[in-house]
Design a protein around this ligand. Sequence first.
Ligand code: NDP
Length: 242
Amino acid sequence: MQKKTAIVTGAARGIGLATTRLFLNEGWQVAMIDRDAPALEDAASGLDGALPFLCDVSQPDQVDATLPRIIDAFGGVDALVNNAGIADFGPIAETDFARWRRVMETNLDGVFLMSQAALGPLCARRGAIVNIASISGLRASTLRVAYGTSKAAVIQLTKQQAAELGEFGVRANCVCPGPVRTKLAMAVHSQEIIDAYHDAIPLNRYGSETEIAEVIVFLCSGRASYVSGQVIAVDGGFESTG
Ligand code: NDP
């Protein structure tokens, strides 16, 4: 039987790499997209069934050039995981337009551009989109004006996709991870933020990359064939206590 193909963005490390590994374990093949060339090569080497594609998802020309290469390599697309993201925490007064745009370009424009470019192939296979937002897109807290706003927009974008693409058999869902000790999080989580999360999360701990990936891969699979338009927090119970 033909293997299914997933595109995972931000696949060189963190949640994207864990998601890639889980897809491979479940018999999928994976197009790994990232903008960090050495990290991407390193991550993809030795992963049987995965191929690296260097691409900055915030750049329309790069996205448009990459999708045909993925189709050439794998023949089609059954799932798109829009996971690439950046974090930049700071007070509103110190968030100048360049910082704001940088966050929006990857976290929001990247999701739009990748989904747009993969739309035809996804419709052809009645595929699935999973967008990775954040608990910061569900609940406002200080320092996250750009990051939280970008993630709230990703949640709405997911609902728009589910509403419009359902008639083509395409499902769209959103995963909102709680804190996970990745490069992204550790660059912006001060000790104060770490302590606050430990206290506020009912499970009293950070999540692991694999705990997030499990939900992402489930949502892409046939096991979730009637799940669409959902926003699922994977956060140790944090959101339910707010
Ligand atoms: P990591 O920093 O560990 O991995 C993200 C990867 O995406 C990096 O390799 C990064 O490269 C790459 N990337 C960033 N921007 C682009 C771009 N424009 N084009 C292509 N690749 C890009 O992050 P996480 O695994 O923690 O995050 C994955 C997703 O999960 C993000 O969307 C994040 O917002 C979300 N999330 C993470 C949480 C956490 O606590 N870790 C909590 C909630 C949500 P580079 O290193 O060069 O930036």
